[in-house]
Each structure stands twice: as structure tokens, then as C-alpha cells.
Design a protein around this ligand. Structure first.
Ligand code: UFG
Length: 331
């Protein structure tokens, strides 16, 4: 009996694999390595290179392994890229889910924990955002994930496949031991870009917009540590194994930090000046996104260990400063 981690070579997926293995689970990873890194996958996990849109690949995997549940991270996740290449997102994210659910139905796999996103809410009407709030995405990435949630709801109704959709807010940080961390090529996310400026790999940070409706004019986001996120997936697997109904949960800290505040926190943690300049707005960014995550805490018993962005940034800094070329040296 094993857990399949689809997208287990990616940033969040590889931390999930590490967490599962540390909890004594048997882990199978499926990843097409389009954005992930083979070297990010714990050697104790069994690795299959392939694409979840490839039905033959999935059939072979499900015939060979006794998979009891799937944790699904295999998706593209860059908001600005989705604005210019929307069909890429609908093809890989939404299309991939169709094939995966079909294969789950045919192979009798009944549980899936899914990486959803705060981007499914679009521009929220009030803050903090609750799971019951309207989901009106303002970018194709958010829409691709909302469609995946909706497909899972129908797969539950028609085939009895139970799901937990975890709507992440902004994920950051790295494994506490510094062994794995965030490494995207090209990098677009705020925290790793700030780290690269601190390392001297970039000259400066461009802050995209300071005319938003927020206290300092820069976007406000809710940061959650990647290992706390992995823990929430462990609890979601347990929740499904106990026979509970399908559900969606927000995962965030319920505290907002502006882009300027993140920059200041990173300057404090790294002791580096980290030069920054103001730049025009980037498309698809809502003013603020802050989670109400009481439901995950109450129903799943989730207790995030990192409640201070300085500590989150410190783990990111440990990874970046000890792996200046990310996984490049290893895969
Ligand atoms: N930003 C900058 N400069 C940069 C990079 C980012 O100012 O060089 C700003 C962005 O404009 C935004 C904030 O930093 O205001 C955070 O941007 P990220 O790209 O780090 O993250 P996003 O908020 O766009 O997206 C992340 C995940 C999504 C998820 C979303 C939910 O990548 O998958 O959080 O909040 F949907």
C-alpha cells in the first residue's frame, strides 16, 4: 500500500514526499520533470517519470503499484504566465485532472488530496477569506484550479471518489534541515527572488505596484511554511481514510504581510541590504489575500508551527545560501 505523489519532484511535492517518508509511509512519485527536479525527490520514494495526461503511463503505474490515495501537485502555478498562456494552464492543469480522475475511477482509487489555491477566489469581497466565499478567479491559473475542484465534486457524486481540496495562500520556506527547497526556472515568486538578490545573483528586487488598496500600497499576502502545508496534507489523507466527506480547506496563517514588509523582514533575517525599486503592476494580482483557516485547524486539527514570516524566510535563506545553484549541481 502506497501513497502516490503526483508532481512529487516540484517545490511543494518534494517537501510532501519528505514528510510522508518521515512518517513511515510508502511513497510513489509520478513527475514529468517539466518543472521539477529528480534530485529533489527523496531516494526512499519510488520514482516514475511520466505525465498524468498520459493514460497509458497512469495505467501502467496503477497496475504495478498498490496505490491507496493520491496527493496531486502536478500542475503549472505561475499567475503571470497563465495570463499570457491560458491554454497551457487549461491543458496541463484542468486536462490532467480529467485523465487522472478517469484512471482513478477505473482502478478503484477513491481518495485524492488536491493542491488548490487562493487564486480561485479572485478579488475577495471581504477579508479574511472563508471557504464559503464566492470563487471568481481573475486569472486563468485560478480558473484552471477552480475547474479541477468542480470536476472532483462531480467525480465524487458520480463515482464516489472522495477529495480534499487544500486552497493554499502563499507558500514559502524550505525543509528545516536545508536539504531541499524552492528552485524554479525561471523564478517568479517573491521570496526566492528576494533571496537571489540577497545572494547577489540579481541586482535588485522589482516591487510590482505600490498603488494598491493596502496600507503601504503594495500587495498583501498570507505566507504559510511549506512543511506546515505538507503536514496539512498528511491530516487530509487521514481525514479521508477515516471515511469523511469531501471538503475544501484554506491553508494560511491568517496574517497578511505586504511586499514591502516581506522585503524588510528578509533584510533583517539575512543582514543584507537587498536593493529594491518600484515597478509597474503585474497583471492578475489582487490587492490582498488573507485566509480564514479556522476550518482546517478545527476539522483537520492543523497546527502550523511557523507563525512568523522571519522564521519562514530563515528556512528559505538556509536553503538558498547553501545551494546557490539550487538543484543544478545534483540533477
Ligand atoms: N512580486 C514582486 N516582485 C517580484 C515577484 C513578486 O513585487 O519579483 C509580488 C507580486 O506582484 C505579488 C507578491 O509579490 O504581489 C507575491 O507574488 P508571487 O509571485 O510570489 O505569488 P502570487 O501571489 O502571484 O502567487 C502565489 C502562488 C499561486 C497562488 C497564490 C495565492 O504562486 O500559486 O500565491 O495567493 F495561487
Amino acid at each position: 500500500m502506497a501513497i502516490l505523489v503526483a508532481g512529487g519532484a516540484g517545490y511543494i511535492g518534494s517537501h510532501m514526499v519528505k514528510d510522508l517518508i518521515e512518517h513511515g509511509e510508502d511513497v510513489v512519485v509520478a513527475d514529468n520533470l517539466s518543472t521539477g527536479h529528480r534530485a529533489a525527490v527523496d531516494p526512499k520514494a519510488k520514482f516514475y517519470e511520466g505525465d498524468i495526461r498520459d493514460r497509458k503511463f497512469l495505467d501502467k503505474l496503477f497496475d504495478s503499484e498498490d496505490i491507496t490515495a493520491i496527493v496531486h501537485f502536478a500542475a503549472f502555478s505561475i499567475v503571470p504566465e497563465s495570463m499570457t498562456k491560458p491554454l497551457k494552464y487549461f491543458d496541463n492543469n484542468t486536462g490532467g485532472m480529467i485523465t487522472l480522475l478517469e484512471a482513478m475511477k477505473d482502478h478503484g482509487i477513491k481518495h485524492i488530496v488536491f493542491s488548490s489555491t487562493a487564486a480561485t477566489y479572485g478579488t475577495p469581497e471581504h477579508m479574511p477569506i472563508k471557504e464559503t466565499d464566492p470563487q471568481k478567479p481573475i486569472n486563468p491559473y485560478g480558473l484552471s484550479k477552480l475547474m479541477m475542484e468542480q470536476m472532483m465534486a462531480w467525480a465524487d457524486r458520480s463515482y464516489g471518489i472522495k477529495f480534499v481540496a487544500l486552497r493554499y495562500f502563499n507558500v514559502a520556506g524550505a525543509a528545516v534541515d536545508g536539504s531541499i527547497g524552492e528552485d524554479h526556472g525561471p523564478e517568479t515568486h517573491l521570496v526566492p527572488i528576494i533571496m537571489q538578490v540577497a545572494q547577489g545573483k540579481r541586482d535588485e528586487l522589482s516591487i510590482f505596484g505600490n498603488d494598491y488598496n493596502t496600507p503601504d500600497g503594495t500587495n498583501v499576502r498570507d505566507y504559510v511554511h511549506v512543511m506546515d502545508l505538507a503536514d496539512a496534507h498528511m491530516l487530509a489523507l487521514k481525514y479521508l481514510a477515516e471515511g469523511n466527506e469531501s471538503a475544501a480547506f484554506n491553508l494560511g496563517s491568517s496574517t497578511g504581510f505586504s511586499n514591502m514588509q516581506m522585503l524588510e523582514a528578509a533584510r533583517e533575517v539575512t543582514g543584507k541590504p537587498i536593493p529594491a525599486k518600484m515597478a509597474p503592476r503585474r497583471g492578475g494580482d489582487p490587492d490582498s489575500l488573507i485566509a480564514a483557516s479556522d476550518k482546517a485547524r478545527k476539522v483537520l486539527g492543523w497546527k502550523p508551527k511557523f507563525d512568523d514570516v522571519h522564521d519562514i524566510i530563515a528556512t528559505a535563506w538556509k536553503w538558498h545560501s547553501t545551494h546557490p545553484n539550487g538543484f543544478d549541481d545534483r540533477d
